[in-house]
Design a protein around this ligand. Structure first.
Ligand SMILES: Nc1ncnc2c1ncn2[C@@H]1O[C@H](COP(=O)(O)OP(=O)(O)OP(=O)(O)O)[C@@H](O)[C@H]1O
Ligand SMILES: [Mg+2]
Length: 379
């Protein structure tokens, strides 16, 4: 918990943890958001993000990135809520979209919400309606801005109230309209600083009875896409947030309790920089593995045209014969033959799963689920 407010920092006048914070100030905050430290961080984060955008644009198989990275994001972001599943389990459940355990289902829904939000950007600017659609997707039930009071953030261990968001649909909708205006304001503020400020505000409004954190983290990524800072929703931003969850919570509260915008903004800028750098390195490793594998397959199976099939098994670390057929690459019998050939030369591994067979791509799976970007070469 934060200590008592300092005397020299601007403090929100009438905030108490137990009272609905209906007086949450509208945006922009009444403070200088662009200190030297913040600007320095923003420049570094912008540079890392620009590099990621460029590298992702150059990858021939965009579908691979859009399949895999939102799934990693989904796993990390859902873990914040203690919805724990493994990346391996998620990739395995991806082809069928069906999973038995609720945690995996919830994380798969997060990925769908992210992708659906991404697609909606071309017809609907980011706003309250986007947020409602995302929350609905994540929770799997129709979710609208709260009408009833009673939503409270509590300390998991002690049960003590940390923060009580504003109450009343009218109040919430007005604050959201103000947030939406700010997200699209044309006042020259750096977009990454705007993202940080907007994320705090969204969480402080806490428009839903659940799913606010995940919805807000999806909105961050969509905002970067809307601003053209990312071409696709591939930044694995929740990675940093989950790794520094206590700081994330502390600094959100710091803004409310002490008007401490700078530490909060720096936290988010840091998150962008470190995850852009991480994602960039991961993409480079996957691209290298793809190039290496293609060369190996040409040499080991010289008479087989495997280009499209390789693209597919680089999109799906767990692949089924049906996936090859659905993609129009080959009919069932040939598809099966081709996949088994890749298994014989060690690129894939056959894994029976009930009535069907999964073809696992172990090297790709390792890259996607492990920190390390190293892989053992073939041959
Ligand atoms: N002091 C705070 N003020 C405002 N928002 C906060 C504060 N502390 C945490 N939050 C936000 O509230 C979220 C939790 O709210 P909620 O349970 O509705 O979201 P969720 O998506 O279900 O959970 P989670 O974010 O834990 O996955 C946190 O992730 C964080 O974004
Ligand atoms: Mg929750």
């Amino acid at each position: 918990m934060a200590g008592p407010p300092h005397n020299d920092t601007p403090q929100p006048s009438n905030w108490r943890a137990d009272d609905p914070y209906d007086a949450l100030p509208t945006l922009p905050p009444d403070t200088d958001l662009e200190s030297r430290a913040v600007l320095r961080s923003a420049i570094a984060a912008r540079a890392a993000l620009a590099e990621l955008k460029q590298a992702a644009g150059l990858i021939p198989n965009q579908a691979m990135l859009i399949t895999a990275l939102p799934l990693l994001e989904a796993r990390a972001s859902s873990e914040i809520e203690n919805v724990v599943t493994t990346a391996d389990e998620l990739f395995r459940s991806l082809p069928t979209g069906s999973a038995t355990d609720p945690a995996t289902r919830e994380a798969l829904r997060y990925r769908e919400a992210l992708l659906e939000g991404y697609r909606s950007l071309s017809s609907l600017p980011l706003g309250t309606r986007t947020a409602e659609a995302i929350a609905t997707r994540i929770k799997g039930v129709e979710t609208r801005v709260r009408r009833h009071p009673g939503t409270v953030l509590r300390n998991d261990h002690t049960g003590a109230t940390i923060y009580t968001p504003p109450a009343g649909e009218e109040v919430l909708r007005e604050l959201l309209a103000d947030w939406e205006r700010f997200m699209h304001a044309d006042d020259g503020l750096d977009p990454l600083i705007r993202m940080a400020v907007g994320h705090y505000q969204f969480e402080a409004i806490h428009p839903f009875s659940d799913g606010n954190g995940r919805t807000g983290r999806i909105l961050n990524i969509l905002f970067l896409v809307e601003r053209g800072l990312l071409g696709a929703p591939i930044l694995y931003l929740s990675r940093h947030v989950i790794a520094h969850k206590a700081t994330y919570y502390e600094r959100l509260l710091g803004v409310t309790a002490e008007g401490a915008w700078e530490p909060w903004t720096l936290f988010m800028l840091d998150a962008v920089e470190s995850t852009a750098t991480w994602t960039l390195a991961k993409i480079a490793a996957i691209r290298d593995l793809h190039g290496h594998t293609a060369a190996y397959v040409r040499q080991a199976l010289p008479r087989v045209e495997a280009h499209d099939l390789l693209s597919l098994v680089f999109e799906r670390p767990y692949c089924r014969i049906a996936d090859v057929v659905e993609r129009g690459i080959a009919r069932r019998q040939t598809a099966s033959k081709r996949l088994h050939e890749l298994a014989e030369i060690g690129v894939l591994r056959v894994q029976p799963a009930g009535r069907q067979t999964l073809f696992v791509h172990p090297k790709l799976l390792r890259l996607l689920t492990m920190e390390s970007n190293a892989f053992e070469t073939y041959g």
